[in-house]
Write a protein that binds this ligand. Sequence first.
Ligand code: ZN
Ligand code: CU
Length: 480
Amino acid sequence: MASCDLIFTGARVIDGSGSESRFIDVAIDRDRITALGDCRHLQADTIIDASGLTLAPGFIDCHTHDDLAVFKSPDIPFKISQGVTTVIAGNCGISLAPVAAVKELPPPFPLLGEAAEFCFPSVKIYRNALEKAPAAVNLALLVGHSSLRLDCMAERLDQNADQNALQQMQANLRLALEQGCIGLSTGLDYPPAQAASTEEVVQLAGVLREFTSALYVTHMRDEGDHVTEAVEETLGIGSRAKVPVIISHHKCAGSRNYGRSRETLAMIDRARAEHQPVSFDVYPYTASSTSLLPQFIRDAEAVLVAESMPHPECNGKMLDQICNNWDCTAEEACNRLYPAAAIYFQMDEDDLERIMTHPAAMIGSDGIASMQTPHPRLWGTFPRVLGRYVREKKLFELETAVHKMTGLTASRFGLRNRGSIAVGSFADLVLFDPEVITDRASFENPAQISDGIVSVWVNGKLSWHDKTSTGIRNGVFLTH
Ligand code: ZN
Ligand code: CU
């Protein structure tokens, strides 16, 4: 009799492709799924009766800043407790590698870590370190444009790259891609990259074409009043560089711009109709979170100070209240609080739902693990989509939601044999109860384990069970 390590019986199986769930057995052996359907011919070491539960591919968090978190918290409970088995790091232009020693970190780099923690001058060194000390989840890395700038033109971040700097950045990007990165990310709305011209980005993104499946991922130049111009710039960069594009955490920020996702999605639809590969990620909240900077407060209805280095007594307070206490303008308060991170309430629920339901939308948390008071998306994103938006609001079917967290993401990011329950796929799996699944992380109490995630396997190993880490760290560094 043929054998395997583990068979699931009785589960409702969602395969990640978006197609309807089926009640079938799933067999895994070592790190792969080896059989589907009737598995009675197989001898298994363990049989799990999963009746009443749903088995899906482990979720892929396509928008993370977990570059350092995988070393600092290798059990990565805030992700694996949600059913996440793969994270894509290096987003928003800031990747921990490749950056040689830096003295000072301009915002938003401190979101990743402290200056001394930027100690990975090459992606190869980063990858080796992770392979020596694996985390509980798989990780794929994007090269940050701002990181390239920090490395090649630290003294001139307020300028467009000259020919020398551009060539050096192209060479560093090429090397990072050779060493296993899957694409380039930008954060054109942030100080280290604001001065970069569209042309600079096109020239860099052109390098991606030399690598199969490499993609351009962008936190656009503007997500508020000029969001349509920013989408236009993004589509232009993708078509001129001839590379697939992913718009990060798509939103229309600021009450003046509520409803404008109709315009941005129409632009994206037009590009897709002309066969330009464009998609985007989104998190299921109407508040964002990043460095506390004066440029961001004008688009927010309210600002919560998540953490301030010089004024920790202000952590968790509203910026308005701090201004009152200090009798100063919001701008002055920002300057006094800096370095600081904040949560910005600045989006419209209708936009959020319109963006999430779009067929090109993938789920990404954008959670930031380094914060004292993180945005609840760090712990709650995936269960929130499945609980609040699928079960309660019936925004889409469970199969569609899972697709946006697994199969769609794997295909857009070029992660082979991930995000699917199919023979030959890696055994990244989550077993959950769709009737129970609920995010418990809140703005007041963000570090909360969600309800309803029963067990999580990464590359065939049980890594999370019964709201506890098993201590197994079986994640690998993913390449194209
Ligand atoms: Zn961003
Ligand atoms: Cu981000």
